[in-house]
Ligand binder design. Structure first.
Ligand SMILES: *Cc1c(COP(=O)(O)O)cnc(C)c1O
Length: 461
């Protein structure tokens, strides 16, 4: 099909929005390893998980066999406010790069929370409400997940308690106020409201906190409060399942124009947007129907896939959560404070980790100044001011497009543009003022994190 026949934006009709999520685990020969009880090292049972998570979400978490799971009408009704999201042909970027490649991006930033996280937040809030719970607790780092969850909880009239990493709480007061506008209670973490928070504060006075600490606090609060459960915005199987709506829409839009992607690229923090974007395509690859290249992009300062170990590890600093088998830098790993680009989690989704381990997916790491250069170039030609996280994918999409320029190949490159960067202007400012640096951890730095990975029979790495 000639250039002009493909519109700048491919919008699906509302009626074409997916009615079911796609569960990629159903098509995996090697299933992701189960979560383990940290005390017994036995797989977590439905009952044990039910003490922390909502019942329906536990079922989804443990479901390795159902290929499709119905999206309840109440969730589809909410999705209608910002979905289907557009698949954009990056004509202006292609022209600027003078590349024969065709570049497409799926834009998930068209909602107040500014990212794809709302896709799972609304699902998790719905199941909590349906179970008759009073509220949910969670952690947030940069604030996108907390904002998405606050919006979802206000929609279903649930109480929402957010533990926000203290440095972000102080540096991003506007994110905090958005959450409070939607009725969430926001506490800087570590705090003295939980036993684990008090313990961390005693050991590290003045600490700015980390996602791992905030998770421990949120889990403790959920477990100790009647009518509350804990919810998580990434990493878990259930979150990848909900995010498959991104990939299903992308595939439907491409199919309408007969476009077959060669390369699909996404940034990877805990792996939810990437897992969601690639799921239906990965399914075809796993079933031997089609072949695609999948590329996970992570920051060089927090390189879990490219430099981490594939092992069972703690999901949180306080070691109260189940153990997950994943590519990990160790639960004690904290990225350098000058790392501004998000994607700071020490581990990676078990599903994506298994797919990467089995050779179905590639991973690359990129340095943050190069990411912000790509972000700025993208903003200037495509108009959207991208989130730093999303810009990791932009950077690699541009690199792949430049390779096509050398070889003259007209490849179809698809990437996930997960969100907008309006709350990240301090990072952009550092970049503009030449104060941004590229800290890459040394092998010794990483070894300290690996030393914290638990040792037990069967967990050799
Ligand atoms: C949270 C976030 C990410 C990373 O999370 P994943 O679970 O890896 O998708 C990427 N982009 C944006 C805009 C985010 O808010």
């Amino acid at each position: 099909m000639s250039r002009q026949e493909i519109p700048y934006k491919i919008y699906l009709k509302e009626s074409e929005m997916p009615r079911q999520w796609y569960n990629v685990r159903a098509d995996m020969k090697n299933k992701p390893a189960p979560l383990l009880n940290p005390a017994t090292h036995k797989p977590m049972t439905e009952e044990e998980l039910g003490a922390v998570f909502c019942d329906e979400l536990v079922k989804q978490e443990l479901d390795d066999t159902d290929r499709y799971i119905d999206i309840p009408d109440e969730i589809r009704d909410f999705y209608r406010m910002c979905r289907p999201s557009p698949l954009v042909r990056a004509y202006c970027l292609e022209k600027k790069l003078d590349t024969p490649a065709h570049i497409y991006y799926k834009f998930e930033g068209n909602n107040t929370s500014g990212s794809h996280k709302l896709n799972s937040a609304i699902a998790q809030a719905y199941y909590a409400k349906k179970q008759g719970l009073k509220g949910v607790t969670t952690e947030t780092g940069a604030g996108q997940w907390g904002t998405a969850l606050a919006m979802a909880c206000s929609y279903f009239e649930l109480d929402c308690q957010v533990y926000m990493v203290k440095v972000s709480y102080e540096q991003k007061p506007f994110r905090r106020e958005v959450m409070r506008t939607y009725g969430a209670k926001v506490t800087p973490s570590p705090s003295d409201t939980t036993a684990v928070g008090r313990k961390i504060l005693a050991a590290h006075p003045g600490t700015g906190g980390s996602l791992g600490c905030a998770i421990s606090e949120a889990v403790e609060t959920a477990a100790s409060k009647q009518g509350y459960r804990y919810v998580l915005g990434s990493v878990l199987n259930q979150v990848l399942l909900h995010q498959s709506v991104i990939g299903l829409e992308t595939k439907a839009a491409l199919d309408q124009y007969g476009i077959v992607p060669d390369i699909i690229i996404g940034c990877a923090g805990g792996g939810s947007n990437l897992g969601g974007l690639i799921s239906p395509f990965m399914g075809e690859k796993l079933r031997g129907e089609k072949d695609y290249r999948f590329i996970a992009v992570e920051p060089a300062s927090c390189p879990s896939l490219t430099r981490g170990k594939f092992a069972y590890d703690f999901c949180d600093t306080g070691m109260v959560c189940p153990l997950a088998k994943m590519y990990t830098l160790g639960s004690g790993f904290i990225p350098s404070p000058n790392h501004a680009g998000g994607l700071r989690y020490h581990g990676m989704s078990s599903t994506l980790s298994q797919l990467y381990h089995d050779g179905y997916m590639e991973a690359v790491s990129v340095e943050q100044t190069a990411v912000f250069e790509a972000a700025e170039q993208f903003a200037r030609v495509e108009g959207i001011l991208p989130a730093p996280e999303s810009s990791h994918a932009i950077k690699v999409a541009m690199d792949e497009a430049m390779k096509c320029k050398e070889t003259g190949e007209e490849k179809n490159i698809v990437f996930g543009l997960t969100g907008t960067g309006y709350f990240d202007m301090v990072a952009y400012q550092k970049f503009h003022d030449g104060q941004m640096t590229d800290y890459i951890p040394t092998d010794e730095d990483l070894q300290k994190g690996f030393d914290g990975i638990p040792c037990f029979p069967g967990n050799e790495f």
